[in-house]
Design a protein around this ligand. Structure first.
Ligand code: UD1
Length: 417
């Protein structure tokens, strides 16, 4: 078990570089299994989810190694269409490997990522999308087998699922004919995946809010550089804002793609500026509350920054409301934030009454983004805090300890056997 110890109450000051986007590089690594050749992906973060993705590629017969931010891969040996259950269960996004494997073999076998299998949730949009592409979906002894010849079609998602959109885009590159996805995810990470697939020989266009994919493509590995991580950036921007009076610059990112985060920071009274390749936030001693933020698919406020936003507003001068609509159950950080002295009530949204300060606490991370929010709260809190089950955080934050130290935070990672 990993525990993080933070001695908080200091202003954060300094400059750090934002890593490559976890949520862009994961589907890009997954798409590789449908491709031929050898190549590289630059700006890849060294995080646990990337390690698991590379393990999946290797388990299927390919090669993938990460060194100094570059993944080098060789896809010539891929000879299996079964995603090993132990690896597939480690991260939900393993399901995004299905599109590429279907393209390569016309078949994929995997275990469902928990929950009810072929019912309403949580992967019904992926499976109904595959069925619309003409392939058969069967449940066999707890595994799911998807098999058949992919044929382009028009697909309208009832909800713009990020993973389902990405899976269908990848599969549709190999389908016979054209596919149109209506009501797709338009998250910047989905557009980065499209950029990657087009670089590798795909023909995908965005028109009128729909995604058009021309099929029958043979995708060949080409060098590609993944976009910067807007969620990591937002986490440090909110962290800096919370530890009042700080000034933090983030390199490798700009205003594009973080519009909703920018708007919220401006409402709190922070001064935020951006150039071609940086964002700087200068926070006030006290933050203003933000009347209401509704979490929504892009371009709305991202769910992956909801816990960090909630933690920040808990230190504002007045009442704020945050309403989560993407993952209704994303609330386990609330009980933990109360331990720092936050005043948050759950009632058709989080009703946050800002307090003057947080005091150090012993808390538990229940997920990646919630865990990051607790660390930001601990940095703002007076005294020492301990965050248990901190391994979640390393699934998505590269050099977490190093970056926080760079900003003047006092953090130690403790490993318990
Ligand atoms: C991706 C991100 C995750 C982010 C989320 C929403 C990656 C690797 N992960 O996850 O960090 O929090 O987008 O921005 O990119 N749903 C269904 N049926 C489905 C699929 C999804 O009902 O078949 C529901 C989910 O239960 C959830 C909502 O749709 O309520 C959003 O999920 P989705 O957009 O699919 O998120 P992920 O792709 O899993």
């Amino acid at each position: 078990m990993t525990e993080i110890r933070i001695c908080g109450g200091k202003r954060l000051r300094g400059e750090i570089t934002v890593s490559g986007a976890k949520n862009a590089v994961l589907p890009e690594l997954a798409a590789l299994v449908g491709m031929k050749g050898t190549g590289v992906i630059y700006n890849c973060p060294n995080i646990t989810d990337v390690s698991v993705s590379m393990e999946i590629i290797r388990s299927l017969g390919g090669k993938a190694e990460l060194e100094d931010g570059t993944v080098s891969y060789d896809l010539s040996g891929i000879d299996s269409f079964t995603i090993p259950t132990d690896l597939g269960c480690k991260m939900r996004s393993a399901i995004t490997f299905c599109g590429g494997l279907l393209g390569r073999f016309g078949e994929v076998v995997f275990s469902p990522p928990g929950g009810c299998v072929l019912g309403e949730r949580p992967i019904d949009l992926h499976l109904s999308g595959f069925k619309a592409l003409g392939v058969e979906v069967k449940e066999e002894n707890g595994l799911i087998r998807v098999k058949g010849r992919l044929k382009g079609n028009k697909i309208r998602f009832r909800y713009p699922s990020v993973g389902a959109t990405q899976n269908i885009i990848i599969a549709a590159c190999f389908a016979k004919g054209q596919t149109i996805v209506e009501n797709p995810s338009l998250e910047p990470e989905t557009l980065d995946l499209i950029g990657f697939l087009n670089t590798c020989g795909g023909c995908i266009a965005l028109r009128g809010g729909c995604i058009y994919i021309e099929g029958d493509r043979e995708l060949k590995a080409k060098p590609y550089c993944t976009m910067a991580d807007r969620i990591e950036a937002g986490t440090y921007l909110f962290g800096a804002a919370m530890a009042g009076g700080g000034k933090v610059s983030l390199k490798g990112i700009n205003r594009q793609g973080i519009g909703a985060v920018w708007d919220v920071l401006e409402k709190t009274g922070c001064k935020i500026s951006s150039g071609r390749d940086y964002i700087t936030v200068k926070s006030l001693e006290r933050l203003k509350p933000v009347e209401k933020t509704v979490v929504k698919p892009y371009p709305g406020f991202p769910t992956d920054l909801q816990p960090q936003l909630t933690a920040m507003l808990a230190l504002a001068d007045g009442k704020s409301i945050v309403k989560e609509t993407v993952f209704e159950g994303r609330n386990r950080h609330i009980g933990e934030l109360l331990k720092f002295g936050a005043d948050i009530e759950e009632n058709d949204g989080f009703i946050i009454r800002g307090v003057k300060n947080f005091t150090g606490a012993h808390v538990t991370a229940f997920d990646l983004r919630g865990g990051a929010a607790l660390c930001m709260a601990a940095l703002a809190a007076e005294g020492e805090s301990h965050i248990r089950d901190a391994d979640y955080i390393f699934r998505g934050y590269e050099k977490f300890e190093e970056k926080i130290k760079e900003l003047g935070g006092e953090i130690t990672i403790l490993q318990h056997l």
